[in-house]
Write a protein that binds this ligand. Structure first.
Ligand code: SF4
Ligand code: SF4
Length: 216
């Protein structure tokens, strides 16, 4: 049997398998920590969405729970004024590049942004940061799905599964800074890339950026 460690989260003592990341240990015990980009099987999570920050006793600054391995005696607080401020800022940054029009979105009601806003009492509004709309064209070229960069929050989940689960590597990040988006090698439409239309990326997109087309 795998070794277990005992730690405390929000005053609750829990046990988790040694080597487990803090985010999954907390979620396994019904302790909510917002998260967007992480996968459980990732050995080295990118921790890029900055939503899963927590306070850990002995650490000077909040740390990303997806990248921190549990340790015996660890004492964690999922909320603090500092964590709440940083998570609010990270969420605002995500929303600044997300075309917020829930009423027209196929993921309305099944969207990670809506869930995080609801569970953490955050505003689903594009403020205080200025919106970064680029009016980038939708890639409608695949027969079975489309990619709308205007809704993409650059979490990287699609890129990771295309490489590590599908074993294809058809997509990656292209462009820099504010122009960063998901694209293909050579920036060709998906239908002209090595994409096999397996749909793995569509199934993990947390928002309405990669969307399956209705069956004909
Ligand atoms: S459909 Fe499959 S092969 Fe195509 S981009 Fe998505 S994960 Fe990669
Ligand atoms: S398309 Fe979806 S899964 Fe891919 S980076 Fe954008 S939001 Fe994340």
């Amino acid at each position: 049997m795998a070794a277990k460690v005992t730690l405390t989260i929000d005053g609750r003592e829990i046990t988790a398998p040694a080597g487990e990341k803090l985010l999954w240990a907390a979620l396994d015990h019904g302790i909510y920590i917002p998260h967007l980009c992480a996968f459980r099987e990732e050995e080295r999570p990118a921790a890029s969405c900055r939503l899963c920050l927590v306070e850990v006793a002995g650490f000077r600054a909040p740390v990303a729970a997806c990248a921190l391995t549990v340790a015996a005696g660890m004492v964690v607080q999922t909320r603090s004024p500092r964590v709440d401020r940083l998570v609010r800022q990270a969420f605002a940054l995500l929303l600044s590049r997300h075309r917020l029009a829930c009423g027209q979105c196929p993921r309305n009601g099944d969207c990670a942004l809506q869930e995080i806003a609801r569970r953490r009492g955050l505003k689903l509004r594009r403020e205080p940061l200025p919106p970064l709309d680029h009016d980038l064209p939708v890639d409608n070229s695949p027969a079975t799905f489309y990619y709308d960069p205007g809704r993409c929050v650059l979490c990287g989940r699609c890129v990771w599964v295309c490489r590590h689960r599908a074993g294809v590597g058809a997509i990656g990040f292209v462009g820099r800074g504010l122009n960063r988006r998901v694209g293909t090698f050579g920036d060709v439409p998906l239908a002209q890339s090595s994409c096999t239309e397996c749909g793995a990326c569509v199934s993990v997109c947390p928002v309405g950026a990669l969307v399956a087309k209705p069956a004909p």
